[in-house]
Design a protein around this ligand. Structure first.
Ligand SMILES: Nc1ncnc2c1ncn2[C@@H]1O[C@H](COP(=O)(O)OP(=O)(O)OP(=O)(O)O)[C@@H](O)[C@H]1O
Ligand SMILES: O=C(O)[C@H](O)[C@@H](O)[C@H](O)[C@H](O)CO
Length: 177
């Protein structure tokens, strides 16, 4: 894969489709999926499961670890695709520092649809009661470099295709659909 973007973060609030679309991107691009949620320490999962939103301190160690994991994968010649909420600009800057040129795909979704999706998803630690805090924390990546903004209600496969296409021929900031 010839690309200027070494790795991709699939970002957005809980329920926007980061994990589902990450899998589709990998199918269309040949990249390697690394699930960001897997690197949350047990305390973070316990907090979210109890309906308590994470704060900056809770996310700091997790983001540092994600940066290391991404950088190691890139150094090993992989093309990682990482679902990771990356809700605030300062979180994204930390990841960019770890992997210069890092790309972001922002899956944009309304509060209503996010709530419906999370309520209807069995067996996941994230309760729907945390959706409001996810939106309160979200700083959309408007105007940020190497960022693709997509309508998260498009079919998952289509989102994967659009992202893979953009990844092959990236433009600085694109709002496609
Ligand atoms: N584009 C889509 N159209 C319809 N349903 C979708 C779409 N994307 C995701 N979903 C559904 O919404 C739910 C949440 O998706 P997913 O788990 O991929 O989101 P997420 O952003 O990774 O969530 P979290 O951050 O909470 O893990 C799932 O049931 C999934 O099947
Ligand atoms: O930054 C955060 O608040 C967390 O990463 C959450 O976004 C969850 O991990 C995710 O949404 C549930 O899977």
């Amino acid at each position: 894969m010839a690309t200027l973007i070494p790795a991709l973060i699939v970002m957005g609030v809980s329920g926007c489709g980061k994990s589902s679309v990450g899998e589709a991107i990998v199918r269309y691009s040949g990249g390697m999926l690394i699930e960001g949620d897997q690197y949350h320490p047990a305390e973070n999962i316990a907090k979210m499961s109890a309906g308590i939103p994470l704060d900056d301190d809770d996310r700091a160690g997790w983001l540092a670890r994600l940066g290391e994991v991404l950088a190691a994968a890139v150094a090993a010649g992989e093309h990682p695709v990482m679902p990771c909420s990356a809700l605030k600009r300062q979180y994204r800057e930390r990841l960019r520092y770890a992997v210069p040129g890092l790309g972001f795909v922002f899956l944009e979704l309304s509060r209503e649809v996010a709530g419906q999706r999370v309520s209807n998803r069995p067996g996941h630690f994230m309760p729907a009661s945390l959706i409001d805090s996810q939106f309160a924390t979200l700083e959309p990546p408007n105007g940020e470099p190497q960022t693709l903004v997509l309508d998260a209600t498009l079919p998952i496969d289509r989102l994967g295709q659009l992202t893979a296409e953009w990844w092959r021929h990236p433009q600085p900031h694109v709002r496609r659909a």
